[in-house]
Design a protein around this ligand. Structure first.
Ligand code: TXA
Ligand code: MG
Length: 311
């Protein structure tokens, strides 16, 4: 355990916060919606620490925060509708789920191994100052422990995450107090109602598809990356035709963490699964301890190993 510092949202505080982020540590920061728990979206271990700090029992894709549309275009592909929405509502409480751009540089864990990414340009001046000072994309879910309500003050963040993150930038109370509205998919669907009214979006896009069916439809909210190859869990060794995804010191084709570090393992999970999957052989996976981040890793591995639903 260490002390979670509260930084005033002045130039010095923003610089200290950016330095923590550059070192792969986590900093909570105010946005106009709720406080976000920020980590470097290009650094898999920083992203793994976000799930660890929140105590999330599963990995779902996180929103990537960027300072402007230009930067957003370096991570995501914008069609005309997306461009129009970004121009109308950014900076602001709107998140767009778009296809990943080539050379996006984001960690696999941010997108939970998907080929789409959720991006947003926050309006809060402190969030913007932090993004500029840090100079990279920030993954940031709401800065609360899993299952608790979203924080709208620095004190809320401290009461939930004290001792689990490096610092919180205190920018006062959030104006909106409700997470951003999320749209994405084809046809464009409302994936999560939020701080921007649906009617305002529909004035530009026409009627949005409803969230329900869109979310369960394959490839939409689909946070469920599944390998093509059969996956066998709790394997102590590979069988003749299998490739081995190891954990801890053991013979393996790829190892999530030879030292048995769950943060490192989480950061490697999706990338290693993708790589082994591309070899075209069934995948055996070593047992992962079911504690801390291991629970989220095991949740995802169970989904990867589950019998496929015909689509
Ligand atoms: O207001 C907000 O949006 C706050 C502040 C901190 O910016 N952030 C926030 O982030 O709520 P987060 O990471 O908790 O929201 C993630 C939501 C989830 O519902 C997730 O399923 C969806 O975004 N999401 C992220 N990536 C996605 C993707 N590729 N496809 C579909 N949904 C995605
Ligand atoms: Mg949340």
């Amino acid at each position: 355990m260490f002390q979670t510092e509260t930084f005033a949202a002045d130039e010095a505080g923003v610089l200290k916060a950016a330095a923590h982020l550059s070192a792969g540590s986590l900093v909570a920061f105010p946005t106009e919606t709720v406080y976000g728990l920020g980590g470097d979206a290009r650094n898999g271990q920083a992203v793994a620490r976000i799930f660890n700090a929140k105590g999330r029992p599963h990995f779902n894709p996180l929103i990537v925060h960027v300072p402007d549309i230009e930067t957003a275009r370096s991570v995501a592909l914008f069609d005309e509708t997306a461009r129009n929405l970004a121009q109308a509502f950014w900076p602001g409480p709107l998140t767009l789920v778009l296809p990943l751009a080539d050379g996006h540089g984001l960690a696999d864990l941010v997108t939970a191994g998907l080929t789409s990414v959720a991006v947003r340009v926050p309006a809060h001046p402190v969030a913007r100052a932090l993004l500029h000072s840090f100079g990279g994309p920030l993954a940031a879910p709401s800065a609360n422990p899993s299952g608790r309500i979203s924080p709208t003050t620095a004190a809320h963040v401290q009461s939930g995450l004290s001792g689990k993150i490096a610092a919180v930038l205190d920018g006062g109370a959030c104006a909106v107090g409700l997470e951003s509205t999320i749209v994405g998919g084809t046809p464009l669907a409302l994936l999560r109602p939020g701080g921007l009214a649906t009617e305002d979006i529909e004035a530009i896009t026409g009627p949005l598809a409803p969230a329900g069916p869109a979310i369960s439809a394959p490839g939409q909210l689909a946070s469920h990356y599944a390998p093509n190859q059969r996956v066998r869990l709790n394997a102590t060794a590979a069988e003749a035709d299998e490739v081995m995804l190891g954990f801890g010191p053991m013979p393996s084709d790829l190892n999530l963490s030879t030292s048995g570090d769950l943060v490192e393992a989480a950061a490697n999970l999706f990338g290693h699964l993708h790589q082994l999957d591309s070899l075209g052989q069934p995948i055996a996976v070593a047992p992962i301890p079911d504690l801390g981040l291991g629970q989220a890793i095991n949740d995802r591995l169970r989904r990867a190993a589950a019998p496929r639903q015909p689509i």
